[in-house]
Design a protein around this ligand. Structure first.
Ligand code: NAI
Length: 462
């Protein structure tokens, strides 16, 4: 029996980052992973492979739509799908090997196999039982199932199957206008598929600022993605190569059906806790099937912690990473901290969408007085030169104190730009602080400064 200070179950961004931090704190650490490679959903079948396909398909879009205008003539590239998948696999491989290297560098043992917790202080992997003073569950999430819909990962797929389709479908129906549906829908639209998104609610991307939702949907429609809103999918019938998606329209209660070559089910994810032995341990769960933890990520069973998608909060890799570092600090006797008010969200479509903090809707709900500073990328010279004038930066600041409360960006590099505002919020900055900060010209970042200026006397280029 090997003995450790900490054993972490799951090697996704939450688990492996936590393991490195534990090692940095001088704790003897092991990580349990049953997949062939480290990195969890994010590196193997999530964030990283989808970004490779988004990048490749965006390059194709640029070649087809903007090259000629820039004086770049010649035949546009055609799609070699097999090669694109090879590129995606190479990207995954580089990243998962990178994590393996980091484990070795930090002297973290990889216990290969699926882990369970037979009793407090013990982790079983295969036939072997290991001892640990602290156990951290970082086992992530899996796609939530939808009644009446059977996933075969060929015709009816989750995000996992959508990353390795045999061929580009003629017609793709996406169930759910959330992050996964819109990112992968964009990929296949750019690669030539007809894409229809069926969404239960009346707005896309639940929880996002409503103005951003509307503008984002308009941009996606302009790109050729069609939306059927207010529609609840009831069932999907399949033959070997085709599917029929049955849904009910809320406005008139009518039953509708649409044909598809591939159906992507993107209706949310749920914590993956199967086989861990939580029930026998008496670990408390929330009503939504998440592991309940205290402010220090400890479950009701002392010595057992949980982080990432298995606990409450947004299912985001970077939220899991932050919790991983903080839980490690806590276990090592330091003070771990996560500021849940400043966790950015990014959608990697083109244009990108980035958001952090409060929305206009949440501020209204709280009855708070706020002001809005908005600036369109149409007024940004760099964006115009790069065919990226669609979208805007919107900053929400307290009406009295001018403190930044949230920001919402649709536009070029929104996923990077949002971090300027995250840092400002961490420091309790006012919109004026941002507006007084010199921004290099010509950059997309100037649009952020202009939105901050718009919270005061007004933007310059509007
Ligand atoms: P989601 O929760 O973001 O969206 C699911 C959508 O499906 C909702 O709009 C919901 O109203 C709709 N829906 C549910 N049942 C339906 C039905 N029967 N008929 C029609 N529509 C229905 O879930 P998604 O996109 O699957 O993502 C799962 C998780 O993964 C999210 O927490 C997301 O944040 C995370 N993720 C984050 C990424 C990023 O940060 N870029 C990328 C991919 C995933």
């Amino acid at each position: 029996m090997a003995s450790y200070d900490v054993i972490i179950i799951g090697s996704g961004p939450g688990g492996y980052v936590c393991a490195i931090r534990c090692a940095q704190r001088g704790l003897k650490t092991a990580i349990v992973e049953g997949r062939e490679t480290l990195g969890g959903t994010c590196l193997n079948v999530g964030c990283i492979p989808s970004k490779a396909l988004l990048h490749a398909s965006h390059m194709l879009h640029e070649a087809e739509h903007n090259f000629a205008t820039m004086g770049l003539k010649g035949k546009s590239p055609s799609v070699d799908w097999k090669q694109m998948l090879t590129y995606k696999e190479d990207t995954i491989g580089q990243n998962t090997k990178g994590v393996e290297f980091l484990m070795k560098k930090n002297k973290i043992d990889w216990l290969k196999g699926w882990g369970s917790i037979p009793e407090v202080g013990r982790v079983k992997v295969g036939d072997e039982v290991h001892e640990a003073k602290s156990i951290i569950i970082a086992s992530g999430s899996e796609p939530a199932s939808l009644p009446g819909v059977e996933v075969d990962e060929k015709v009816v797929v989750t995000s996992t199957g959508a990353l390795e389709l045999g061929k580009i479908p003629k017609k793709l129906v996406v169930i759910g206008a959330g992050v996964i549906g819109l990112e992968l829908g964009s990929v296949y639209k750019r690669l030539g598929a007809e894409v229809e998104v069926i969404e239960f609610l009346d707005a896309i991307t639940p929880g996002m600022d409503a103005e951003v939702q509307r503008q984002f949907q308009k941009i996606l429609v302009k790109q050729g993605i069609s939306f059927t809103m207010g529609a609840a999918v009831q069932k999907v019938e399949t033959t070997k190569t085709k599917a029929k998606v049955h849904y009910k329209l809320r406005k008139d209660d009518s039953d509708q059906v649409v044909d598809a070559d591939v159906v992507l089910v993107a209706t949310g994810r749920k914590p993956y806790v199967e086989g861990l032995g939580l029930e026998a341990l008496g670990i408390k769960m929330t009503k939504r099937g998440q592991i309940a933890v205290d402010a220090h990520w400890q479950t009701n069973v002392p010595g057992i912690y949980a982080i990432g998608d298995v606990i409450e909060g947004p299912m985001l890799a970077h939220k899991a990473e932050d919790e991983g570092m903080a839980a490690a600090d806590q276990i090592a006797g330091h003070h771990g901290h996560v500021n849940y008010g400043v966790i950015p969200g990014v959608i990697y479509t083109h244009p990108e969408v980035g958001n952090v903090g409060e929305t206009e809707e949440t501020l209204k709900e709280q009855g708070r007085k706020y002001k809005v500073g908005k600036f369109s990328f149409m007024g940004n010279g760099r964006a115009k030169a790069n065919f990226a004038g669609d979208g805007f930066v919107k900053i929400l600041a307290d009406a009295e104190t001018d403190r930044i409360l949230g920001a919402h960006i649709i536009g070029p590099a929104a996923g990077d730009l949002i971090h300027e505002i995250c840092v400002a919020m961490e420091f309790g900055a006012s919109a004026e602080d941002l507006a007084l900060t010199c921004h290099a010209h010509p950059t997309y970042s100037e649009a952020v400064r202009e939105a901050a200026l718009a919270c005061g006397l007004g933007a310059i280029h509007a």
